[in-house]
Write a protein that binds this ligand. Structure first.
Ligand code: BGC
Length: 931
């Protein structure tokens, strides 16, 4: 207990104004999961190994090898270290369990489940002998367009932190290093190597950094991956401010900071900018570049030592030199993991709409169910790119429903619309306006800009070059990468005429893929209708245009540069009304109920690209046409975030957001559709009605003529932004329907804890997800109308009531003020609800004094001093004695505590370090506890 602790708060909770004065004790420190200590023993061993390595060997260690590995030195007892993607399963070296994607996991609001998912991924990694798992991916969801949202944890830093911490703890519990990625500002996959995310300090601290911060401070994540983009003018791999100052110095990150694959751009910059390990190889961090720089004094030898120290320290902390990382006793076909994958799918799926209780379908009354749509079969467990794990087997919606219903009902099915490949081939051209040949004239150039005479000419029937790049078919350890590379740049021009059979509106689409730099543009009757020559906005681009029944001149130009994956491009023109297979309509008309599975796939939502807000071509039409045949139609969406539903939402009975539900998705969906599982997922991101409504809409792309993406919306991202702007979203953050109903009552709140009762008032068992938001009634800076600061998941039988207690701490009220987490005195509303937009209980907390939240680093981790926890006036005087209550010392070895943030310390007037008393047993065990 702190001597002379003042009474810093007055509380008013709920409607009954109760003023309570109390002393905050050190027990109020909310203790972080203790990182493993910088043990003197390990440090000694690290230094001993370091002293045996030559400078050349040290430099070699800073660059990866074999695409995914970190060099080993068997003679020094250091094994080769192997990495694998992440985050949805263990991608490399054959199949593995495919879990629900990141945003789906976040939508479970279940950190315990995230930990179980992490644990199983850790086991799969051990089964494959992997040391580093390249996940979790935690970049904040700014807009639905980001092609990698499906991997990430949604729009809220608090929710994301809880999920990430659970996941990391799980992975690391298996002796596998988690790698939190992509640090940071990588909130889109548009031109990801070049864009510069311009983010002000407060916004970084409040929105984009907290998940990384929690990963380091709470979960003791062993590795961090620097992203491709620049943030505030500097590529992350050479961004000393982000890497050295914030990550390593302020947060005390002791692990390995690795680059994303080919995200390093400068040797000296990266060496001094904090990067420890360049992946997949030392293109910059190598002898040739670093040795002269060290000699010239541009890079200090100690800087190199420090990087190697981090790599070796991590190896020793995890005990890798002492064991075979491949644990052959763990079955690769991991049945335990399958169960967890199923549970994650069940909890993450969100019921968005259920008009007239169309759901759950009645098992007894449903004799025929029509399953329609491109995402019904085959299964779409995961989006595209490095996250695309191949499962041993996966359950599609069609299979899930068929297995579930067995002989009880007839399951009919149809894809319902053409694939884009078929649509491209169904698009016919002629070489001249009249009397031409079928097809388009093709000119091919040996350069990337269509310059000079063409190297060859000919005729193509269609614009369809190559095939979609399927990363899931690659086993990165065994493939000859050169066969997958485009070795030379080239460009092509197709010229011809499209002649509609009748005038009307036409859907024009272009599909691309892969990771080679490429671009296209398209002219229709001399007018540029797509200009994606320099940069690609969407992996599948689309436009709807009116055309008369005459020949229309088409010029289509494409270029590909050297890079990973062969050229691939397709273009098609389909008249509106021409997409849908009438057999699907027939099946819908005959069925009792219809499920339409639409959305994206790894070919339309993937790393390396962004995606459209519109569903892929033809899908809106499919929903409209099918819904017109059967009013008991439910749409199941596969996507990493919001899509445009305006053209069909009011025409269908139900809508389910399945996200990418992992390999067991079809089973979970069948259980939810028929009510064996009561839906309980809640949106981890706001779904807007129109893309224009999104707070980032006007500044999602770089400012004209620059690479600068200015995060002008500041902290007003997601629900913080919609509420600030007064825009009603289609489905708010935190929203999710259930087949039962919940009632909230008896709110009691103080600055430590919010408690209330939740009752299941319906007739089915179900999980409630109460969400606790805090709202500052007044503030000296503009603050979001409300912010999530706590939540729970409570399983309740019909009529059951449970008391829920949710802890709060200084950060629950704080904003980043210049250089510290500041809490202003005054009234704060405590809002408890079913979503950010459906608040059921309101209370008030009154804080009577301003304070600063100070983080103290201890020998084992962090303690957080909230408010006047430590001493009078928010200042910690040197030598202040604090008696440590027993229950804290069990978790924490407190020795000499120092403010972690010099800036915060200054703001809090902290001078010097604080000597804390240690309990006897710690005194004996821990030498630095020098009392
Ligand atoms: C991705 C990373 C991934 C790495 C290795 C990169 O392209 O951005 O998330 O871990 O590849 O596959």
């Amino acid at each position: 207990m702190v001597e002379n602790t003042p009474n810093p708060f007055r509380i008013n909770s709920g409607n009954n104004r109760v003023y309570t004065t109390f002393a905050i004790e050190l027990t109020s420190l909310s203790l972080a999961q203790a990182p493993s200590p910088l043990s003197p023993e390990i440090e000694q061993k690290v230094n001993a190994i370091l002293s045996k390595i030559t400078l050349e060997q040290k430099v070699d260690m800073l660059g990866g090898i074999n695409t995914l590995d970190v060099r080993g030195y068997p003679e020094l007892g250091l094994p080769l270290l192997r990495t694998a993607d992440g985050p949805i399963g263990v991608r490399n070296d054959g199949p593995a369990t495919v879990m629900a994607g990141g945003i789906s996991l976040a939508s479970t609001w279940d950190p315990g489940l995230a930990e179980r998912v992490g644990t199983q991924i850790g086991r799969d990694a051990r089964a494959k002998g992997k040391h580093f798992l390249l996940g979790p991916g935690v970049n904040i969801y700014r807009s639905p367009l980001n092609g990698r949202n499906f991997e990430y944890l949604g729009e809220d830093p608090f929710l994301g932190s809880r999920i990430a911490v659970g996941y990391i703890k799980g992975v690391q519990s298996q002796g596998v290093a988690a790698t939190v990625k992509h640090y940071m500002g990588n909130n889109s996959d548009y031109d990801r190597h070049n864009t510069d995310s311009v983010i002000d300090e407060r916004t970084m601290r409040e929105i984009y950094l907290p998940i990384f911060e929690a990963a380091v401070k709470e979960a003791h994540v062993a590795a961090v991956m620097d992203s491709y983009n620049l943030t505030n003018g500097e590529h992350l791999t050479q961004n000393s401010r982000m890497n050295n100052e914030i990550l390593k110095k302020e947060w005390g990150f002791q692990g390995v900071l690795m680059s994303d694959w080919d995200a390093t751009y400068d040797a000296v910059g990266a060496a001094n900018g904090g990067l420890d390990l360049e992946m997949p190889s030392g293109k910059f961090l190598n002898r040739e570049k670093l040795l002269p720089a060290i000699k010239a004094g541009q890079v200090a030898e100690e800087t190199i030592n420090e990087k190697v120290r981090r790599i070796i320290r991590t190896e020793l902390e995890f005990g890798w030199p002492e064991r075979n990382q491949q644990d052959l006793s763990i079955p690769r076909f991991n049945l335990e993991a399958r169960k967890i994958a199923l549970q994650a799918a069940r909890e993450g799926i969100v019921l968005l709409k259920n008009d007239g209780n169309v759901l759950p379908f009645s098992k007894s009354k449903t004799k025929t169910i029509a399953v329609i749509g491109p995402d019904a079969y085959p299964a779409v467990p995961v989006g595209g790119g490095s996250a695309q794990v191949v499962p041993f087997s996966s359950v599609s919606l069609l299979e899930g429903l068929s297995n579930y219903l067995a002989a009880g009902a007839k399951v009919t099915s149809a894809r319902g619309i053409m694939t884009l490949g078929v649509a491209a081939i169904a698009t016919n051209f002629q070489t001249e306006p009249t009397n031409g040949d079928r097809g388009l004239k093709l000119e091919t150039f040996d350069n990337e800009d269509l310059s000079g005479p063409s190297a060859s000419t000919g005729t193509n029937q269609h614009v369809s070059l190559g095939l979609p790049f399927d990363i899931s078919s690659i086993d990165l350890d065994e493939i000859d990468f050169s066969s997958l590379r485009t070795q030379h740049g080239s460009s092509k021009r197709w010229t011809g005429y499209y002649v509609p059979k009748a005038a009307g509106t036409f859907n024009i689409f272009v599909q691309q893929g892969g990771f080679s730099p490429s671009g296209f543009r398209m002219y229709l009757d001399g007018k540029l209708i797509f200009d994606n020559w320099e940069n690609q906005k969407f992996v599948v681009a689309q436009a709807n245009l009116p055309l008369s029944a005459e020949p229309h001149k088409v010029v289509f130009e494409h270029h590909t540069g050297e890079g990973f994956s062969p050229p691939f491009i397709r273009m098609g023109i389909i008249p509106e009304g021409g997409w849908v297979d009438s057999a699907a309509e027939e099946l819908a008309a005959k069925a009792d109920v219809v499920v339409i599975a639409v959305g994206f796939t790894p070919q339309s939502e993937t790393e390396g690209w962004d995606r459209t807000f519109e569903l892929p071509p033809g899908q809106n039409e499919l929903i409209q046409r099918i819904a017109a045949k059967n009013k008991n139609t439910v749409v199941v969406l596969t996507s990493g975030g919001g899509v445009d539903m305006t053209s069909w939402l009011d025409k269908v009975g139900g809508v389910i957001e399945a996200w990418y539900p992992g390999q067991e998705g079809g089973t979970a969906l069948a259980e939810i559709l028929f009510g064996d599982v009561n839906p309980s997922g809640h949106l981890a991101a706001t779904f807007e009605r129109h893309w224009e409504d999104n707070p980032t809409h006007d500044n999602y792309y770089p400012e004209k003529g620059t690479n600068r993406v200015v995060y002008k919306e500041g902290v007003f991202v997601g629900y913080r932004g919609y509420e600030h702007n007064g825009t009603k979203p289609l489905f708010p953050f935190g929203y999710g329907l259930s087949y039962t109903t919940f009632k909230y009552s008896n709110l009691v709140a103080d600055e430590h804890e919010v408690s209330f009762d939740v009752t299941n008032t319906g007739t089915r068992a179900g999980d409630a997800v109460p969400e606790v938001y805090i709202s500052a009634e007044q503030s000296s800076v503009p603050r979001p109308p409300k912010e999530l600061k706590g939540f729970a998941r409570v399983t309740l039988q019909p009529r059951e009531t449970q008391k829920v207690k949710i802890p709060l701490n200084g950060r629950s009220f704080a904003y980043w003020s210049g250089n510290a987490w500041k809490v202003e005195k005054g009234d704060y509303d405590v809002l408890v609800g079913n979503s950010s937009d459906q608040i059921e209980l309101r209370g008030k907390i009154n804080l009577i004094r301003d304070f600063v939240v100070v983080y103290m680093r201890t020998s084992t981790g962090y303690a957080r001093a909230d408010g006047g926890s430590f001493v009078q006036g928010g200042a910690v005087e040197p030598g202040t004695r604090i008696r440590i209550p027993q229950r804290i010392t069990q978790d924490l070895i407190l020795t000499r505590v120092q403010p972690v943030y010099p800036a915060e310390a200054k703001a809090a007037k902290v001078q010097g370090s604080v000597v804390l008393s240690c309990r006897e047993r710690w005194k004996r065990k821990v030498p630095p506890c020098n009392e």
